[in-house]
Structure formats: C-alpha cells, structure tokens
Ligand binder design. Structure first.
Ligand code: SF4
Length: 205
C-alpha cells in the first residue's frame, strides 16, 4: 500500500485541537449523516491519490507543529494506509496524534482488525468517536454533536480536556488561489455562510 486517497491537507492550523497542527482529511465515507459538514470528502473515488511515502516525509519533516489531526471522510476506511502513516509518525517524530472517526470506539474494537487495534491503543493520543448527528449539534467545541466522545488514549492531551467541553467553536477560513478551505468544527450558521461564500467565489471564476 503505497498510496493514500487524500481529500486535503493543511500544514498549520490552530482550529483542530491543541497547539498548531497539521490537518489531514482522508477521502471517502460510506455514511450519509444529515447535515454532513464535509460532503465533498464522502465520494470513495473523490479527492486525489497521493504517494504515501511523500506524505509521510512531508509530515515528518515539519518541525514547528505540536501534532497531527486526522479526519475525513472516514479515516478507518483506508486502514492499511492509515496504519502505515501513523506508524511512521509515531516512530519518527514526537507529534501528537488526534483522529476523528464516525465509528464508535466499541465498533472499531468489534472489527477485530489488528491494525485498527494498534491504531486505537498505541498510534493515537486522542480519538473523537461517533457519527455526526445533526439534531445533537449543541455547539460544543471540537465535537460535531454531543453523542461524540473525546477519548484520551494517552495522557498527552488530558490538560486540554476543557477544549472539548466548552461551548465555543473556533474555525479558520483559508482563501488561496481562488479556492477556500474551512478548517475546524463550525456551527451551523457559520457553515451556511461559508458555503454561500464558496459558491459565490465559484460563480466569479
Ligand atoms: S461521518 Fe463525517 S464525513 Fe461521513 S457523512 Fe458523517 S459527517 Fe460526513
């Protein structure tokens, strides 16, 4: 497995966890959550295939960040590539690892896949689990809906537990080369506003 299907990557964000982080969105998700915040990351054949070694090199050679946040799409749909990516980050760097997944931790354990087991026990520091439920979107920071859990696999991010409990949503919007990227977990009104701006930008192209 030397490629990975990527939706997007952003090398320096403060909107997806403690400190400055590399955000990696993997492409592909089989769920159809009402109000999905990232519908373009869902098609299994969308995004772009990238060389896994090149991606690992890019991440591991970035020194001015605290960690990596992996999101999607559904990261565990590409479990072999995900395992290789996270193993390399763990072995070669001191970066912290946060993963967002639409599966619950129990569902991941029940898959009885040794690579998934390794990821959720040794290759991550914090996992935000559970699917997005639009009616339970209560504005909690860094969680899409209140059914999702911030599970601290190691104690690395325990001092930041409050970040996942306060009622505040921080986002970043990057506009580069005529395209826009929203980073973070937006509230519904911000998401709608951003979609309008994106559509407007496309209309002006
Ligand atoms: S799990 Fe995430 S990417 Fe997949 S449909 Fe739900 S909100 Fe969208």
């Amino acid at each position: 497995m030397n490629t990975i299907r990527l939706h997007d990557i952003y090398m320096h964000t403060t909107a997806l966890g403690p400190g400055t982080r590399i955000a990696v969105w993997l492409q592909g998700c089989k769920r159809c959550c009402k109000g999905c915040m990232s519908p373009k990351s869902r098609p299994l054949d969308g995004g772009r295939m990238v060389d896994l070694d090149a991606l690992i090199e890019e991440i591991c050679s970035t020194h001015d960040v605290e960690g990596v946040t992996i999101s999607g799409g559904e990261p565990f749909l590409q479990v072999q590539a995900l395992y290789r990516l996270l193993s390399a980050i763990r072995n070669r760097t001191e970066l912290g690892i946060i993963i967002y997944t639409g599966n619950t931790l129990s569902e991941l354990y029940e898959m009885h896949n040794p690579m998934i087991d390794e990821i959720i026990t040794h290759l991550s520091d914090l996992i935000i689990d559970g699917e997005y439920i639009d009616d339970l979107n209560d504005g909690t920071a860094l969680k899409g809906s209140s059914n999702q859990n911030a599970i601290f696999i190691t104690d690395r991010y325990l001092p930041y537990k409050w970040l996942y409990e306060e009622k505040r949503r921080d986002i970043e919007i990057k506009i580069e080369n005529g395209s826009s990227l929203l980073i973070g977990v937006p509230d519904k009104s911000t998401l709608e506003m951003w979609r309008r701006i994106s559509d407007q930008m496309k209309g002006e192209e």
